[in-house]
Write a protein of this length. Sequence first.
Length: 318
Amino acid sequence: MKRFVWPAIKTLIAVIAAVALVKIAFFPSQNNSATADISPGYAANVKTVAVTTGNISNTVEVKGRIVQDATVEVQADLAGVVDSVAVEKDAQVNAGEPLLYIKHSEPQSPVTKTDEEGNVTQTPVADKVTWSTIYAPVSGTVTPKVIRQQETGVGVVVATIAPSTYSATGTVSAAQQYRLTNAPTAATLTLEGGPAPFQCNNLKVGTKSTSTTTGENGSKTTTSGDGTSVEMRCSVPGDQKVFAGMAATMSVDAGSASDALLVPVTAVEGKVGSGFVWLVPESGDASKAVKTAVKLGITDGTNIQITAGLKADQQVLQ
């Protein structure tokens, strides 16, 4: 009897197990409610945080260096001959000073006359001459690229000027870029071992382009942008004494808010414009937290402002 019963029982158990596996694999639970799936054994370890009210400021600090502004190429705007060069190599010039003069001569047809007796005479006509004065677009050290009586054309580089101006520049991280979507046009610049912090203007944030940097020893380094690296750059005022290569920190005030609703950035899915939080019900049961859409304001990297979707003292999962 045992010889037939035990094999039958074993076969039945195997069939039941197989059916259970098929159910798990192909017919999972259809519970799609947007509530937190927290098992009772794990609930004690879930962290919640209250929505608070406070002040927040979005100050972004970018570390970088002082660089001498890139050499400026001066181009001819007239085809002709260089009549004279007004400056010597390595001379210091101010913006607006003349660098050289270009003369364009255009031959004219002679005047032909016929007298009463049919004699033809031709009177030469002087060439039509056009002049162009090439001025320095910026102040700095000039290097002429042409000599007297040299022919030139429109767009030909006739001189270069190494500006006596400097800028602060540094690489901006992806997280900082989001915080700089409404960046102002100025920053506070702090130099290591330099003067007291001061304001630098013409603040720009964008992809790096090809640039030439002059070091303290006069050496030049050319850096080519790859179209993906993003830099911050601002102009150093002319009355500030700086040197190429100095370590610098640019601090940008990108906004602030008072009496704002705040939660930690770790409690929000999303960092710009809109996002989601897991809102704990009034019962305090974290396992019943509901995914809730919120509108986001500024962030300081630790906390983020909630402009819509939550109220003070509500609890969210962190």
